[in-house]
Design a protein around this ligand. Structure first.
Ligand code: IMP
Ligand code: MG
Length: 187
């Protein structure tokens, strides 16, 4: 394991198992409200969503399309600037569509809160949120995921799309960063 990683919080098997359960719950929900083959619009925010979106898609069998946006809110360090900015927007109209946001982690919730408001202005039929991780004690706004895989504490995490300095997104597990070592780390 990399010396910046203190410990493994969630391993690959745990993530796989829980993602499968959550995807099935979501299927059950949408089967009831969408009687036909109308595709759900899955929206992921680059770059962090990619591994979880991939895992989710493997487990989700309803008709859907996948769209991606690029939102900036964090720089290369571990503190949020708290101001989301849309760097790459959706290329499709979402009016009258069912939107499912597929998120890696909710921390302060500021990004999601901002994005939900942004989507609402475009009059979708519904907006739901599934997140891999929820830092329940770190929320600064009133936002709730409709489905989540895991509640986590406020440690800085990497892996499964989560990065520090654009690194570790490719880890197949969720690891806890040693923030003391990180302070003086030479990349
Ligand atoms: P929020 O707006 O504070 O909820 O920030 C959400 C975004 O911050 C996530 O999509 C991640 O990109 C990033 N983020 C939050 N916590 C972590 C973490 O522990 N590791 C890596 N990125 C994180
Ligand atoms: Mg994200």
């Amino acid at each position: 394991m990399h010396p910046l990683i203190k410990n493994v919080l969630l391993n690959k098997e745990e993530i796989n198992k829980r993602t499968n359960q959550v995807a099935l719950e979501i299927e059950e929900y949408y089967k009831k409200i969408i009687p036909n083959e109308e595709p759900i619009v899955l929206v992921g925010f680059l770059k962090g969503c990619v591994p979880f979106m991939g895992k989710f898609l493997e487990n989700f069998s309803l008709s859907c399309q996948t769209e991606y946006m690029l939102i900036s809110s964090y720089g290369s360090n571990i503190k949020s600037s708290g101001k989301p900015e849309i760097l790459l927007d959706l290329k499709i109209p979402i009016e009258n569509r069912h939107i499912l946001i597929v998120e890696d982690v909710i921390d302060t919730g500021i990004t999601l809160d901002f994005m939900v408001d942004y989507f609402k202005m475009q009059k979708p039929k519904s907006i739901k949120i599934v997140t891999m991780l929820d830092k329940v004690n770190s929320h600064k706004v009133d936002i709730k995921a409709d489905w989540k895989c895991f509640d986590v504490g406020d440690d800085f995490l990497v892996g499964m799309g989560l990065d520090v300095n654009e690194r570790f997104r490719n880890l197949p597990y969720i690891g806890v960063i040693d923030t003391e070592k990180l302070k003086n780390w030479k990349w």
